[in-house]
Write a protein that binds this ligand. Structure first.
Ligand SMILES: C[S@@+](CC[C@H](N)C(=O)[O-])C[C@H]1O[C@@H](n2cnc3c(N)ncnc32)[C@H](O)[C@@H]1O
Length: 485
């Protein structure tokens, strides 16, 4: 495995062999790094010709001859000519010149990583020459994640660092400032062109170095299960949090997005109890933020949909804390969607109600009946404890034949869907052994869309069976069964 370094090439002699676009690309990169560059190309392409005006470039219009690498610190052979490749590598070996013969890993002393540059910030992706394609694909992903604002942001943080060092602020007091800068809205300000405000905000954080501060709390929705359904804001907060208090059912892959330094507290398992003590959780959040920590309270789905987020927000605001709310994808919508059930459908369903099946959380048989009569689509969370009673009430309210589905462990590989007319659903669910978490959906929409045949789907998508992404959008995933139809 290679040892990653960034080479300082300013003023050093480098040589590029080759006359095509690739050679021009390499030449450009080396010039950008300040190299004193010689390009050897018998018939240079237009891109190379365009570089001619560069003061640090010497263009020799001829083929390579052994001896050309004398005095070079580094060489790139992009000639694509087997004989030149052989000779240039031999010469480089002999002279101790670092060489990269393009597309020949065995003739490379170094590999050029795929780069994302944002001002002074460079992110390099290397596969040690195994797959330039993968390195490029990852670079493209990073390009989209690391916006242009990271360039001025890096310079701004660099300025803060220089001044803190000049003032002799100890490292232990500097680090919290950098973390605050990273978590702040300064990058948003820079992205939107508010440079003066960004500098002002950074200066305020800089001058507060060493002073105790109150932390923050973010009430964050973790979505229904699959970590790919987390919001970007949730991901960033998890990566930066000091402590995360999370519900018990949060997927381990989601928790793995936290930094290794983050303290993870399972707020659902306090003292081995099955359910959390809300007072204890709120007190912990207040204490941690009061001690200067940036805390994330991570809840399944959306924090405000039967998640007790409202109570926590009230208590935290009363305690005078800065609280941010990050919505999540609620299972109320994600569970039907994952099962291919649209909760509204033009001409069939134009109203939707989400309610709880748990009487402790406010469900009552009378309200259930009234709401079921009033809306086209009914989504019931926490239905399993009372499923038989809920279904019986619904039969009274809307008749026995209304299509219904129970979607369990939606968006996870263990997802299961049971469909049946409402009068038969409880029995079908019991026979199928459906377990929590499950969401009940009732309405004509349940049967409105034909079930997708896995084979057909794969064929029409032009992909092999088991293509997870396609399944996730269009219907049951591999390993997911539909029962009860
Ligand atoms: C206490 S409520 C919390 C709801 C959450 N705040 C939300 O917005 O999804 C828990 C209920 O959400 C539903 N639920 C959560 N995750 C689910 C999943 N992956 N599949 C189906 N239902 C789920 C179940 O009805 C479960 O009983």
């Amino acid at each position: 495995m290679g040892y990653p370094v960034t080479l300082q090439l300013r003023g050093r002699r480098c040589t590029v062999l080759g006359e095509g676009k690739l050679a021009a690309e390499k030449a450009q990169g080396l010039l950008h790094a300040g190299a004193h560059l010689t390009v050897i190309a018998a018939t240079p392409c237009a891109e190379l010709e365009a570089l001619r005006a560069e003061p640090e470039l010497t263009l020799l219009r001829r083929g390579y001859v052994p001896g050309d690498l004398a005095g070079s610190f580094l060489a790139i052979d992009a000639s694509g000519d087997q004989e030149v490749n052989r000779l240039s590598f031999a010469e480089a070996e002999e002279r101790g010149v670092l060489i990269n013969v393009v597309d020949q890993p065995e003739r490379c002393d170094f590999y050029a990583p795929a780069l994302v540059r944002r001002g002074p910030l460079s992110v390099a992706v290397s596969t040690d020459g195994e797959s330039p394609f993968l390195a490029g694909a990852l670079r493209a992903r990073l390009e989209r994640t690391i916006g242009d604002e990271w360039g001025p942001f890096t310079s701004l943080v660099g300025g803060v660092r220089r001044r803190l060092r000049e003032r002799g602020v100890p490292i232990a007091e500097q680090t919290p400032v950098y973390r605050r800068l990273l978590r702040s809205e300064i990058r948003d300000l820079l992205r939107d062109g508010h440079t003066a405000e960004a500098r002002y905000a950074a200066a305020a954080m800089e001058s507060a170095a060493g002073r105790p501060r109150t932390g923050t709390v973010a009430l964050v929705g973790a979505g229904p299960g699959d970590p790919s359904l987390l919001t970007l804001a949730a991901r960033e907060l998890l990566a930066e949090a000091d402590t995360v208090y999370h519900d018990s059912l949060i997927d381990p892959r989601t928790l793995a997005l936290c930094s290794p330094h983050t303290r993870l507290v399972d707020a659902g398992k306090r003292g081995g109890r099955a359910s959390a003590d809300q007072g204890w959780i709120t007190a912990q959040l207040i204490e941690a933020a009061g001690a200067g920590e940036d805390v994330v309270r991570l809840k399944g789905g959306d924090p405000f949909v039967f998640g007790r987020g409202g109570e926590e927000l009230t208590a935290l605001r009363r305690a005078g804390l800065e609280v941010m709310v990050v919505p999540g994808v609620s299972s109320a919508l994600a569970a039907p969607a994952a099962a291919g059930i649209p909760v509204t459908l033009r001409g069939l369903a134009s109203s939707l109600a989400v309610l709880t099946g748990s009487e402790r959380d406010g469900s009552s048989p009378e309200r259930l009946e009234a709401i079921a009569r009033a809306v086209d689509t009914l989504v019931v969370l926490m239905p399993l404890g009372n499923l038989e009673r809920i279904c019986a009430r619904l039969v009274t309210a809307i008749g026995p034949d209304r299509p219904a589905a129970l979607v369990a462990s939606a968006t996870l590989r263990t997802e299961r869907v049971v469909r049946a007319p409402i009068a038969r659903l409880a029995r079908a669910a019991a026979e199928a052994g459906i377990t929590s978490p499950a969401t009940l959906v009732v309405g004509e929409v349940v049967d409105a869309i034909p079930l997708q045949q896995v084979g057909e789907l794969a064929a029409s998508a032009g992909a092999g069976p088991g293509t997870h992404d396609v399944m996730a959008v269009a219907g049951p995933r591999p390993g997911i069964e539909e029962v009860g139809r």
